[in-house]
Design a protein around this ligand. Structure first.
Ligand SMILES: CC(C)(COP(=O)(O)OP(=O)(O)OC[C@H]1O[C@@H](n2cnc3c(N)ncnc32)[C@H](O)[C@@H]1OP(=O)(O)O)[C@@H](O)C(=O)NCCC(=O)NCCS
Length: 156
């Protein structure tokens, strides 16, 4: 199921995009405070060889999607090479979904990763996020592992 053709622009974020970018970040990572979104976005912009973010703008310049990625040099589950391009987050506003926006974001990020020496593109998502899993499969990602995270408090 695809929506009718919509036109949009995908480009790397600029410092002047921080407010629009953080408004999208808040929709994806709702548990993060506004201050932390701002700090994380600023930090990401300070290390352009390690991090990248793309924003998507509609014809009338409204922010409608974003994605962030990092070059990871530590071990990435299921990967065989290093460094690995890792998709840290991707979001498209509800009313613009199924128009190819996430696909365009992943293409832009993949190109950036190739240009930065990565041979593999990795990602993760919640076990219950069927939409994100469908997107990954449609874009040619193969499932590698399912893991369970644990935590234990060391200091009472
Ligand atoms: C997942 C998400 C980013 C997909 O964005 P999108 O712009 O709608 O994705 P695309 O239009 O590029 O989809 C490309 C293909 O992926 C698959 N796909 C994407 N969303 C799907 C869905 N909800 N159900 C089934 N397949 C889906 C389809 O094969 C689709 O091609 P088609 O529309 O021609 O059938 C979007 O639904 C979203 O923002 N969800 C909330 C945030 C989220 O879950 N992020 C991922 C965390 S890892």
């Amino acid at each position: 199921m695809s929506v009718p053709h919509v036109s949009f622009t995908v480009r790397a974020v600029l410092p002047s995009d921080i407010s629009a970018w953080c408004s999208l970040r808040r929709l994806l990572w709702q548990h993060v405070s506004d201050d932390d979104h701002l700090l994380e976005a600023q930090e990401l912009l300070t290390d352009p060889h390690r991090y990248v973010a793309f924003i998507v703008l509609s014809d009338d310049n409204a922010p409608i999607g974003f994605a962030e990625a990092a070059v990871r040099r530590d071990y990435v589950n299921g990967c065989k090479t290093s460094p690995v391009l890792f998709l840290e987050g991707i979001y498209v506003v509800q009313e613009m979904r199924r128009a190819g926006i996430a696909s365009a974001l992943c293409a832009a990020i993949g190109q950036w990763g190739s240009d930065h020496g990565c041979m593999e593109f990795a990602s993760d998502t919640q076990v219950g996020n069927a939409h994100a899993q469908a997107l990954h499969r449609a874009l040619g990602f193969e499932e590698t592992e399912r893991v369970v995270f644990f935590r234990k408090r060391l200091i009472p």
